[in-house]
Design a protein around this ligand. Structure first.
Ligand code: FAD
Length: 469
């Protein structure tokens, strides 16, 4: 009987443990992708990018004599139906760790096992399973540095090679046409505006890693902090859809370290931040749902996601050039530089005192590299409410940050059109991307700050002082 191999955010052939096991089993394999109840909760950009990932992977599977079957519906029901149609008694997938996926996967297991279908999840999304990294007191880690020390010399095992062939079933099941699902429709700027910035699929991800290691890893430790530079790997977009495995990245980083590439140790440490985010999320799912430190529930956050301040922030109209440039970069490219993410998050949660969840949700709507663990950890880190967080009183000043990290204002010029005779094409692309109802035009005057760096800082610190946080 065939094995159903359910692909979710793991669109690759190389170093894919479930796929490797299925290929070695000698049994026919039916790869499937579902537009299920979890996919339907994703924001516009992640849904759109997920569709591209699945379609690119379908092509990749053809190269090893296989096919991706597309189905729609609640996962438990869709898989049960497919098992009935194909006679499959086995369903395998790559393990997920975020609360929504975990709940779905539990429901699937329960429903299928009751029908006599075996289910198993395989590793592959992480280097080390979250339960396997324990503190001296047999707990989980809440702080990155000790976590890093614990795992840095551990061996995640060798990366698996891609199977060269996958046995086909006697007949292929019927498949939906994913084009009619409209996975991209909420992302009306998708094809024209954001697509040129995407690197979709396994081959593109591997090239990206190779080029980074050849050209940029050497200078990574310093270049990674300059938003105007192309100094980082860009791999988050691929890692989040599993178009490359974290283990392949780890081994590449280790090789670069052995070759004496200067930035490679920093790169490895960054890869492990992703690992740490999943470790935290798995052990404390409230990383996504609420303040990790509950004492922050009493802080007077502004929770109005449609209020004037949050709206100005989302639209890149705060009057703080670093913040506005970054928010526009995200809207046009679907990504934002890490330094800029820290600055816009600090500005929203401290200068504007808006709840970090407003920012987390907007990122979830706009990022093609949206990752449930990294995003939630990044926001709680920035807001001060997380386990390993920057203290609230350390407020990033968006003006002095500009002097440090965009001294010649390249980044600002690239993304802000207002007040310029000859705006950069990127800055103009923003005005093509935004909905007309936002009522913004490139020849508007650039706004005054809704709150100045000094006022915002003073207000945030006033609210913070005297609380037991
Ligand atoms: P590189 O510098 O090349 O790093 C390589 C890889 O290491 C990244 O692809 C990523 O997987 C991992 N990594 C690097 N920095 C971090 C970090 N701070 N935390 C966790 N993993 C890291 N990252 C996402 O992938 N998705 C998100 O939704 C996301 N949201 C964020 C929100 C906020 C508020 C903040 C402050 C950070 C967020 N990050 C998120 C982390 C980080 O900004 C991105 O991973 C990074 O900018 C991606 O660019 P890169 O692939 O070129 O990274």
């Amino acid at each position: 009987a065939p094995i159903l191999l359910w692909f979710r955010r793991d669109f690759r052939l190389t170093d894919h443990p479930a796929l490797d096991a299925a290929a070695r089993s000698g049994r026919p394999v039916i790869p499937v992708f579902l537009n299920d109840e979890v996919v339907r909760t994703y924001g516009a950009a992640p849904t759109w990018r997920l569709g591209l990932a699945a379609e690119a992977f379908a092509e990749r599977l053809k190269g090893i004599g296989s096919r991706l079957t597309f189905r729609e519906g609640r996962a438990a029901e869709a898989l049960a139906r497919l098992a009935d149609e194909t006679g499959a008694r086995t369903v395998w997938w790559t393990r997920a760790y975020d609360p929504a996926s975990l709940a779905r996967d539990e429901a699937v297991k329960e429903a299928l096992v009751a029908r006599g279908v075996d289910c198993a999840d395989h590793p592959g999304h992480l280097l080390f399973e979250p339960e396997s990294v324990r503190t001296g007191q047999d707990g989980y880690y809440k702080v990155y540095t000790p976590y890093w020390r614990k795992v840095k010399d551990r061996d995640p095992g060798p990366a698996l090679t891609a199977p060269t062939a996958l046995q086909a079933p006697d007949g292929w099941p019927e498949t939906d046409d994913p084009a009619i699902w409209g996975l991209g429709t909420a992302m009306n700027r998708g094809a024209a505006i954001v697509a040129p910035h995407c690197h979709v699929g396994e081959a593109a991800a591997q090239t990206r890693l190779a080029v980074f290691l050849r050209d940029r890893v050497e200078g990574y430790a310093t270049a990674r902090d300059i938003p105007a530079m192309h100094g980082t790997s860009g791999l988050s977009e691929n890692l989040t859809y599993g178009e490359i495995s974290i283990r392949s990245c780890w081994h590449s980083a280790q090789r670069a370290i052995a070759e004496g590439k200067r930035g490679a140790p920093t790169f490895l440490k960054e890869l492990v931040w992703r690992e740490f985010a999943y470790h935290l999320l798995y052990h404390t799912p409230r990383l996504i749902t609420g303040n990790w430190r509950p004492e922050w529930d009493a802080f007077p956050w502004n929770e109005d996601a449609a209020g004037d301040d949050a709206t100005a922030w989302k639209r890149g109209r705060t009057g703080m050039p670093f913040v506005d440039a970054a928010m526009r970069e995200m809207f046009v490219t679907g990504t934002m530089h890490n330094r800029a993410r820290m600055i816009v998050a600090s500005y929203l949660t401290k200068h504007l005192m808006c709840h970090w969840k407003i920012g987390m949700h907007w990122f979830e709507e706009c990022l093609i590299d949206w990752d449930p663990a990294n995003n939630a950890m990044g926001w709680q880190w920035s807001a001060g409410s997380g386990p390993d967080a920057t203290p609230f009183f350390r407020v990033f000043n968006p003006e002095t940050q500009l002097d440090r990290f965009d001294a010649d204002r390249t980044y600002i010029r690239r993304w802000i059109a207002e007040g310029r005779d000859d705006p950069d094409p990127c800055a103009l692309a923003y005005f093509d991307a935004i909905p007309r109802r936002w009522g913004m035009a490139a020849d508007d005057a650039y706004p005054d700050p809704i709150v100045t760096a000094a006022e915002g800082r003073a207000r945030a610190l006033d609210a913070y002082r005297g609380r037991d946080l």
